[in-house]
Ligand binder design. Structure first.
Ligand code: ADP
Length: 253
């Protein structure tokens, strides 16, 4: 596998009238194509800053971010960003919400709309296409947000605490459900979470950041002995507790 993304010695500080806040210091890591990477770290350490930087929303103060596309070019890939809130628009129907990205990009082609139709059916939202977001459950809203994100066919998906607005039980189900769907679509995923169990049960690898300014403390590949891709069976895997204890110690020392 080739890395699709490489970060080399990334540093970043926020500047305000009250002074400087150093958020990231010398961060280096790479992400393989099709990999699911989780990033964890203490609250306020710089995780969202790092994700915004990968999304190209802010530029590093020093260091480089390189994307390597499968066709060999180094142009920025299409990025999909899923946030904590689903950001569905209440005045638009589910269908109008999931096609919003395509509409804004003027990509409402027959082929793209056929893909949306397929996803609405695959994700169990076909019968809800004319409903408004408030008529959907939390899990359904998150699925609609995912369809909207995937409709523009991003190569890399960034998830910033994308499931934390859901209640615990829904979250267990929706997180593994959505991550399975993204994985099946062959996308590269980078997820920020404060939930250790979520990171262990879903990701291929976990990067642990130190408290601010964030540095990479550990890069931990996850191998769980499970027969299926589900949050619950992952949590019952024999290796789960050892990973949990190791990461817990990392975050608390
Ligand atoms: P995390 O996602 O790990 O909780 P953030 O990346 O949001 O952390 O923030 C890292 C640090 O940078 C925090 O201490 C936060 O207060 C500070 N910060 C974030 N955004 C800004 C901003 N726009 N201006 C100044 N400081 C900021």
């Amino acid at each position: 596998m080739k890395p699709i993304l490489e970060l080399e010695n990334i540093s970043y500080s926020y500047h305000s009238l009250h002074g400087e806040t150093k958020a990231l210091e010398n961060i280096s890591f790479s992400v393989q194509e099709g990999e699911f990477l989780a990033i964890i770290g203490p609250s306020g350490c710089g995780k969202s800053t790092l994700l915004s930087m990968i999304a190209g929303l802010i530029q590093p103060e020093s260091g480089t971010i390189r994307f390597q596309n499968p066709n060999g070019t180094c142009t920025y890939p299409k990025i999909g960003y899923m946030l904590q809130k689903d950001h569905l628009l209440e005045w638009r129907t589910v269908y109008q919400n999931v096609t919003l990205g395509l509409e804004l990009k003027k990509e409402m082609t027959k082929e793209n709309l056929a893909i949306v139709e397929q996803m609405l059916s695959d994700y169990g939202l076909e019968q809800f296409r004319d409903k408004t977001p408030s008529e959907l459950s939390g899990g359904m809203k998150q699925r609609a947000a995912l369809i909207r994100t995937l409709a523009t066919n991003p190569q890399v998906l960034l998830l910033d605490e994308a499931f934390s607005a859901l209640d615990y039980q829904t979250r267990l189900y929706v997180s593994s459900d959505i991550c399975r769907l993204i994985k099946e679509a062959g996308k590269t995923m980078i997820m920020i979470t404060h939930d250790l169990a979520e990171a262990i049960s879903l990701a291929d690898r976990i990067i642990v950041l130190t408290s601010r300014p964030a540095k990479v403390k550990r890069s931990l590949p996850i191998h769980l002995t499970t027969s299926e891709y589900s949050s619950l069976s992952a949590r019952n895997a024999p290796e789960f507790n050892d990973y949990f204890n190791l990461l817990w110690e990392d975050l608390n020392t």
